[in-house]
Design a protein around this ligand. Structure first.
Ligand SMILES: O=C(O)C1=C[C@@H](OP(=O)(O)O)[C@@H](O)[C@H](O)C1
Ligand SMILES: C=C(OP(=O)(O)O)C(=O)O
Length: 451
């Protein structure tokens, strides 16, 4: 899907307490990987709890285009009949990854070492995002790429007919780049090695091991060194996808900033490479507890309980924590605006190449709502106005970015006057039930088009 139809403006009004239980959908990162590795295994993988958001549905469609069978049962279980690590067939048409950076980058990786070509595109947001970070490492395997200026989509990848294994140090902290290299390494003979200076989310490594690949991780002076032995036969798996901490972040933060709230968010994946926001919120003084901590399917899981916290303090977020909360800075900046003192976020320039330039999108929207901010290329500082202290009364541009849209709707729940987002449509990419779920908790979200 290259566009999602007409803009759907939505307004959030100051809400009464948010209360109850919020069952958020499955993890987006794990959902993409379940479909992709399922397609590269031999036999049938079953996936329960898959995120049925547009990003993941676009990956399902892409896997079908490469020859895997992907189907959803009436009971919501997804079945993927895989074709093996070298079994992809050439797609007959352009692969449209919609809004999804993860989808397009991982899929480019997994087809880069097979002797086929594929052309990729996406929506206006995805077509503006850099793909050189993938085409550089896959060129080392022998793949060629032909894209628009600046390494943008649409882009054709010609896979390597006789791939060689690669040793690659990622130039930026990116699980997408790491994963693309590992997926390409699956069909190269010998050992492919990825070195990352800062640890990023490790779902690919965990899941590759689960599918039977030989993959090792070692922490060294160079950083984290991940070694994969190529050309395994991946064994199909039964996967239960944990619920997404990046989606849980929205009801958690909405409850923390909205007076009187008390919300339970069960079964949230708390892989340490993902849980940086929750650690940060607790350091700010949030009343956020982990209940019923356990391990499920190799991933740590807990129920989160978030209660209104009227004395949160701004902090300096440790820059080395950024990879473990990279998608959570927009909603953190909303919490920061309703805390006292400054929240300083450094080492965050990757935010500039997400679905939108997230520093600019949050900065302009927060300013319109009466909040003072400071920014440079790699830094974002929010001056808190205290609980209940943000005027609101503004419209923020969502810029085809689900996390920007959800962040400003959460701000509207706690601001003095309503906050409108010009388009809530992009929310469907990662959290299609966000609006009904938040309304069920007590949020006042008004669909402007319906008025
Ligand atoms: O690997 C993944 O599933 C993801 C990695 C992150 O991107 P980068 O690798 O670009 O940091 C993150 O922002 C994205 O939402 C999901
Ligand atoms: C950055 C994100 O996703 P992607 O890169 O997959 O588009 C996100 O979900 O916040």
């Amino acid at each position: 899907m290259s566009s999602h139809g007409p803009a759907a403006p939505m307004t959030a009004h100051r809400a009464g307490p948010l209360t109850g239980t919020a069952h958020v959908p499955g993890d987006k990162s794990i959902s993409h990987r379940s479909l992709i590795l399922g397609a590269m295994a031999v036999g049938e993988t079953r996936v329960t709890g898959l995120l049925e958001g547009q990003d993941v549905l676009d990956t399902a469609k892409a896997m079908r285009a490469f020859g895997a069978e992907v189907a959803r049962d009436a009971d919501g279980i997804w079945r993927v009949h895989g074709v093996g690590v070298s079994g992809f067939s050439e797609p007959e048409d352009v692969i449209d990854c919609g809004n999804s950076g993860t989808g397009v980058r991982l899929i480019m990786g997994c087809m880069a070492t097979t002797p086929i070509s594929a052309t990729f595109t996406g929506d206006a947001s995805l077509r503006s995002r850099p793909m050189g970070r993938i085409t550089d490492p896959i060129a080392l395997f022998g793949a060629r790429s032909y894209g628009r200026k600046g390494g943008r989509l649409p882009m054709t990848i010609v896979g390597a007919a006789t791939p060689v294994p690669v040793r690659y140090a990622t130039p930026m902290p990116s699980a997408q780049v790491k994963s693309a290299v590992l997926l390409a390494g699956l069909n190269a003979p010998g050992q492919t090695v990825v070195i990352e200076k800062e640890a990023t989310r490790d779902h690919s490594e965990r899941m590759l091991a689960g599918f039977g690949a030989v993959v090792t991780t070692e922490d060294t002076d160079e950083g984290r060194v991940i070694t994969l032995t190529g050309q395994p036969e991946l064994k199909p798996q039964t996967i239960v996808v944990p619920r997404d901490p990046s989606s849980a972040a929205f009801p958690v933060c909405a409850a923390l900033i909205t007076e009187g709230s008390d919300v339970l968010i069960p079964n949230i994946g708390l892989n340490p490479t993902r849980a940086g926001l929750f650690a940060t919120l607790r350091e700010m003084g949030a009343d956020l507890t982990y209940e019923n901590e356990r391990t499920e399917g190799g991933e740590p899981v807990a129920d989160l309980r978030a209660r209104f916290s009227d004395s949160m303090q701004g902090i300096e977020v440790p820059p080395e924590r950024a990879p473990s909360m990279i998608d959570e800075y927009p909603i953190l900046s909303v919490v920061a605006a309703l805390s006292t003192g400054k929240t300083v976020m450094r080492g965050v320039k990757e935010l500039r190449v997400k679905e939108s330039d997230r520093i600019d999108a949050m900065a302009r929207g927060l300013e319109a709502c009466g909040v003072t901010i400071e920014e440079d290329e790699d830094t974002f500082i929010v001056h808190g106005m205290g609980a209940g202290g943000v005027p609101g009364d503004a419209t923020a541009a969502a810029r085809l970015d689900h996390r920007i849209a959800m962040s400003f709707l959460c701000l509207g729940m706690a601001a003095q006057k309503p906050v409108t987002v010009d388009d809530a449509g992009p929310i469907a990419t990662s959290f299609p039930i966000f609006v009904p779920l938040m309304r069920e908790l007590g949020a006042r979200l008004e669909d402007e088009a319906a008025r």
